[in-house]
Structures are given as C-alpha cells and as structure tokens.
Design a protein around this ligand. Structure first.
Ligand code: OAD
Ligand code: ZN
Length: 276
C-alpha cells in the first residue's frame, strides 16, 4: 500500500490544481496501467520482452510475406504455454479494469479529462467506461483489413479459410493490434497528433516512453506549451520533461488524484463544461 507522504500529498494537490486550470487534458497510457489488473508490462521486471526478447521490426513484413502461415502460427502460439502470445492472452482474457482504469473513466465522465490516447490493446479502458479514446496500437478484440482498414470484432468471426479475407474489399485481415514494423493506421495517428497539439496538459500514465510515435506525443505537446504530469512508480525517459511527478502505481495514484479533483473542483470553470 502506497504511503501518502507530505511530498506526495503536495504533488497531488499541485497536479489537481493544474488539471482544474487546464482546458483540454489528454492521457497517454501504457502497459503499467494494466499491471494491477494482472497483465505483465513489456519492459522492466516481469516484462514480456524482458523475459522473451523484443520482437524484431520484421514482424509486419513476415505477416505480409505469408499471412496464412502467420495466422496458423498465431493459433498455435495462443495455445502454447511458454510463448509470449499465450502468456499475454491468458492474462488479458481474465483481466478486469483496476482502480486506475476506473478512476480514469470517472475523470472523463466528470469532465476532468478530455481524451485518452492508449498504447494498450487490452480493451480495459472501454470496459471501465472511457469513451473518448484513441487506441494507437489497436485493440486485440478486433480484426482489421490491411487494405480498406475496416474493423470487426474477433469474437464470432469464422476463420473459414486462411488468410481471412475482408468481406468489403477482399483484402487480407490481420489482428487490429499494430505489429512491430507496421505503420500506425493513418486516421488514428492523425487524431493522436491532433490531441497532442491541442492539449494544454498531458498525463503520462504507466508508459516507459520508448516506442515511437507514441513516445513523441508528449514532446509535441510540451513543445507547443502544454504541461506534463507523470504517474509511474519508476523513472522513465520522459521524466525529465515532466512538470509534476506522481511517484507510485497508477491503481493507487489515480483514485487519490480523482478524490483530490472532486474535493477541489468544480470551483473554477474551465475544462469541466458538462458539469457547469
Ligand atoms: P512498457 O512495458 O515499456 O513500460 C511500462 C511502464 O509502466 C514502465 O515505465 C513501468 O515503470 C511502469 N509501471 C509498472 N508498474 C506500474 C504500475 N503499477 N502503475 C503505473 N506504472 C507502472 O510499456 P509501454 O510504455 O506501454 O507495443 O510500451 C509501449 C509499447 O511497447 C506497447 O504498446 C507495446 C510494446 O511493444 C505494441 O504492442 C505495438
Ligand atoms: Zn477491406
């Protein structure tokens, strides 16, 4: 359990104050947010890539070379203990949003934040109730056509023949999750950049800030005058860019921050249009 020191209490008050003074607050979320839901992160202790090694940038090219073989391997890997695909699937399939996701959803509902840009593919923001959300690395519960970009839920989809083909355009279907070496779908990337450009505050929650283009978004925001707040138990490559650091697990920090916001707001008008 996190100790509410005078230093942390002070930082929470400052963070709440900054949020209440901001007009457009954006979250950039990463795997650390889902750690308390039992999903391993990628880097650091217990990380998937720490354990199994990081995939190469060839992943997407390998898919394009032989999508049918890729899908066959995927179905095998999903059933194979000791494979990172299996490990992630088992963890995500049984995961529920934690108190950090829940607090973030309430922050959106109560107008304290305007958009969540997430690198997580685990669907937990949606389950928690966030609505204005950009999934920069896709969503593992969806499939996507590589030609027309159409998305559909994976559940209930019949893989009658491999590779699966798009009913709309005949293109090849892949997981919606963005692979190493695959460009982010243009519409999503553009929308994420817009959020970085228009926000006056970005909260960096549970991300190591190592994978571009997501990791560049806070820098874009900062260079255009936005403030940055980091929520993370560890230091990251983004820490030195941040104005306020809330040091601790997001499942504990976010509920504390929400409580503080509810106590201090809605005294000032600003970003809480729906509440006024
Ligand atoms: P990482 O695994 O790189 O970083 C996780 C971050 O979460 C680290 O900075 C940890 O210190 C922090 N962390 C750990 N426990 C936490 C907790 N309880 N609360 C808050 N933070 C905690 O994950 P990402 O930055 O999301 O890409 O990684 C970015 C991308 O790399 C992922 O989206 C994935 C991966 O390859 C794709 O799947 C395309
Ligand atoms: Zn298509």
């Amino acid at each position: 359990m996190l100790k509410l020191t005078a230093e942390l209490s002070d930082a929470l008050a400052q963070a709440a104050n900054l949020i209440l003074r901001s007009k457009h607050v954006v979250v950039l979320a990463g795997a650390g947010l889902s750690v308390e839901s039992g999903i391993p992160p990628f880097r650091g202790p217990g990380g998937l890539w720490t354990k199994y090694g990081e995939p190469t940038n060839l992943s997407y090219r390998e898919f394009l070379n032989d999508p049918a073989e890729w899908w066959e391997a995927r179905f095998r890997d999903e059933q194979r203990p000791g494979d990172p695909t299996f490990e992630l699937k088992v963890a995500v399939d049984r995961a529920q949003p934690n108190s950090g996701h829940d607090a973030m959803a309430v922050m959106e509902q109560q107008g304290f934040l305007q958009c969540v840009v997430t690198q997580n593919v685990d669907n937990l923001h949606r389950v928690a109730g966030n609505q204005n959300m950009l999934e920069i690395h896709g969503n593992r519960t969806y499939l996507r056509c590589i030609d027309c970009g159409a998305r559909q839920p994976r559940e209930g989809y019949h893989f009658d023949s491999l590779p699966p083909q798009c009913a709309k355009c005949g293109g090849v279907i892949k997981m919606d999750t963005v692979m190493f070496g695959e460009p982010i779908p243009e519409d999503v990337l553009l929308a994420c950049r817009q959020q970085a450009e228009i926000c006056d505050l970005m909260l960096l929650v549970g991300t190591s800030g190592t994978v571009n283009p997501a990791a560049r978004l806070p820098m874009v925001a900062k260079e255009l005058g936005a403030s940055l707040i980091e929520i993370n138990p560890d230091e990251t490559t983004l820490t030195s860019w941040c104005d306020i650091i809330l040091n601790g697990p997001s499942g504990e920090i976010l509920p504390l921050l929400l409580k503080r916001l509810q106590k201090d707001g809605p005294a000032e008008p600003g970003n809480r249009a729906e509440m006024l």
